[in-house]
Design a protein around this ligand. Sequence first.
Ligand SMILES: [Zn+2]
Length: 446
Amino acid sequence: MSLRRLALAVVLSLLLPCSLTARAAETRAERAANLYASQELAAAPLHSNLPDYSLSPEDLAKSQHLSAVHVTMHFIDEAWSIISLLLLLSFGVIAWMRDKAVKVSSNRWAQGYVFLLLYLIAGFLLSLPLDLYSQHLSLKYGLSVQSWASWFGDQAKAFALTWIIGGLLLMLLFWSIRKLPRSWWLAFWGASIPIVLFGIFAAPYIEPLFFHYEPLQKTNPALVEQLEKVVEKDHMNIPPERMFLMKASAKLTTLNADVEGFGASKRVVVWDTTIAKMKPDEIVFVFSHESGHYVLNHIVLGILFTLFILLVSLYVGYVFVQWAIAKFGTRWGVPSQNDWAALAVLLLAFSLFGALLEPVENTFSRHDEHTADIYGQEAIHGLVADPQATAKGAFDVLGKTSFADPNPSPLYEFWTYGHPSIGRRTAFAKAYDPWAPGMEPKYFKK
Ligand SMILES: [Zn+2]
């Protein structure tokens, strides 16, 4: 019975994003440009240059190496997170951590925080080799300029944040398990809704721990003036005070811009590396893409999607914990779900289920990114001379600064890419012209 319910939950969680991604019908101009892009990608060999996005022979070699390493590391990392948890459980390390925590104090808060501390230390050490290699690679290819001291400092800050906030969640989880042994997954989910909302709201106030922020108006007043033209055009009401410059160049060489927070904390953040490397028109396009996320309600949809995934994950986790403890509990030294060590069993379920959910989440994200690209390109119509060339130019800079693979394997793109590949975006941008005779724009009617 529970297995059938589990299967139903899994199928539902896979279907909902599919129905959400179909929420806006494809326009004729969009269909034509999508077709143009997919034909261009299909005609070129994998990992090689495209007519609309090409790297120098030297950079192409770098991109091919990086792409191969990323594919391998991605799946090793995912498998390792599952295998290492199984090893920790099988060798009794998790049970040992629980014993230590329980010995420290009879106070549940002290026990929970000590157990989580030991667990996080083990997790940090087990993932350290891969993390070190990944940072080494970023330095070698010039994608990062961060010193090792600063890198370890960031790791320490992230660790402390996870411990403090994770400890509160852990206490709430075990309180729910104790009070509602059969429906804690639902209770914990309900309680986590305001926590998720607060987390998204508070994220912009946590990020300054890692990067320096300045009002964009202070550093780039001319740019703010340009951006306000976009804001006025799509009535999204982001005052200049909500635009920030992030000093990414202290640590990174890659480019980005994003929308963060919601309600009173909602803001647009542009990295200084973007401003240094892109032409003003291209930055206006990047900003328009970001404002698209804002106007098309991607933040709200993203929150709903996250909450839905969380609900299914918790239910799957609940069923898995009952099954795993009945079957392996004695061997692992985890007597019941009401034991600190059961956290590792629940996280094992999340790792397994998360690996399956990855393509679903990424398909959802790629769809939003694609519509934001369309929105961005339509928003700059009339503000820049040639919206197609501007968008294409922006993607070109974006791709070249990170040695993005021009033509990745479609399966790898489907499974792991949160954005369409840069080659696909560039080709789409070049071909997308909703202002041509017989075509209709998707968001800004003629
Ligand atoms: Zn985006």
